[in-house]
Design a protein. Structure first.
Length: 136
């Protein structure tokens, strides 16, 4: 199994663990598990913002029964490698709320959780969105 964390990594280990931010991650996971946390009508709440991002064209969208809003988008310019990842995050940032998590699942597939935690400004009730982005 490869130990390198990137192409010229010679250390093979980092400077610490990620526990400093675990409380926020656990808090997000806890509110995500609340019944009714995923907000209704992503076509109204999310789609206009995604369509307004320069350099992207939304070519499909649908809300799954599990509350995941699946969006298929195509960049106007060809992208490869890390550029796809960074461009996808820029697109998803158009719908970012105070809590924002993105994970790449595979080539051109990204999952995003974005939402409002209790006490976040501007004081709305906790709610959020689940998005699975397919980049074509």
């Amino acid at each position: 199994m490869e130990q390198r964390r990137w192409d010229d990594d010679e250390r093979f280990t980092g400077v610490g663990d990620g526990s400093a931010m675990l409380p926020a991650v656990h808090d997000l996971a806890a509110v995500m598990a609340r019944d009714g946390w995923v907000t209704e009508d992503p076509d109204a709440h999310l789609l206009p913002h995604l369509r307004a991002v320069p350099g992207w064209r939304v070519v499909g969208e649908r809300l799954g029964g599990d509350g995941v809003y699946e969006v298929t988008a195509r960049p106007d310019e060809p992208l490869e490698g890390i550029d796809v990842h960074r461009a996808a995050i820029r697109l998803l940032s158009a719908i970012a709320e105070p809590s924002f998590f993105v994970r790449q699942l595979g080539p051109g597939v990204f999952e995003c959780v974005t939402g409002v935690m209790p006490g976040d400004p501007p004081g709305y009730a906790t709610h959020g969105h689940l998005v699975r982005l397919f980049v074509t």
